[in-house]
Design a protein around this ligand. Structure first.
Ligand SMILES: CC(C)(COP(=O)(O)OP(=O)(O)OC[C@H]1O[C@@H](n2cnc3c(N)ncnc32)[C@H](O)[C@@H]1OP(=O)(O)O)[C@@H](O)C(=O)NCCC(=O)NCCS
Length: 184
């Protein structure tokens, strides 16, 4: 896509996906998995789909939050968030499970804006995990996390199932309106 102005305009909306939109999320996850298949060993089944295990949990489990992203009304990406660290075991930490911007919208600052929106929506301890071999995503998260949390964010390394990961952690505070008790 060369029309940068198309991506620069229009309202960015990060909205919770309804259960009726589960198939929409599943379709976008196919594109996401295809991107991942370039550097990670994921293969489609005989139906030509990669599939996504336990996707329905995002609508039945209170600690999970599925978001769809629209830019100027057009689907531009998705975010799946779940509560519970995959690294330390902290049951309260927010884990950014999946994060995807459609190719035509990339490199316009959209991913950064989406991430910041989601971090503000769900205050608390955040953990962002990224496979080191996903180099573009490592660069993206370094940029987005430091733009959002500055020096307060930490970056560490861990290994799981022979895979090397980067882990960014930081806290987001509760919006003022939520902590000030109502008057009267
Ligand atoms: C990673 C991803 C979310 C980035 O989305 P995006 O909307 O293009 O990101 P932004 O435009 O906000 O990028 C901000 C900065 O991050 C860095 N960055 C983003 N994509 C990059 C890339 N492919 N290569 C190098 N640096 C990159 C750059 O510093 C960029 O600023 P610049 O464009 O001014 O140089 C998107 O490429 C994507 O969905 N990839 C496939 C799925 C994925 O890997 N998700 C992350 C899983 S952990």
């Amino acid at each position: 896509m060369t029309d940068r102005s198309r991506n620069g305009h229009g309202k960015l909306e990060v909205v919770r996906a309804s259960v009726q939109q589960l198939p929409v999320v599943a379709n976008l996850l196919e594109l996401y998995a295809h991107d991942f298949s370039e550097f990670h060993d994921v293969k489609p089944g005989e139906d030509g789909r990669f599939g996504y295990k336990n996707l329905a949990l995002y609508w039945s489990d209170a600690g999970r939050h599925p978001f769809l992203v629209r830019l100027g009304g057009v689907l531009a990406g998705l975010v799946l968030v779940k509560q519970g660290s995959e690294v330390s075991g902290n049951p309260h930490a927010w884990d950014l499970a999946e994060f995807f911007v459609l190719r035509g919208f990339r490199r316009h600052g959209i991913g950064t804006r989406i991430a910041m929106d989601v971090w503000r929506k769900l205050p608390g301890l955040w953990e962002v995990r990224v496979m080191q071999k996903n180099d573009p995503a490592c660069q993206f998260w370094r940029h987005a996390v430091s733009a959002f949390a500055g020096n307060s964010a930490s970056c560490s390394h861990f290994e799981k199932n022979g895979e090397r990961w980067l882990l960014f952690s930081f806290e987001t505070s509760r919006p003022l309106a939520a902590v000030i008790p109502p008057i009267g």
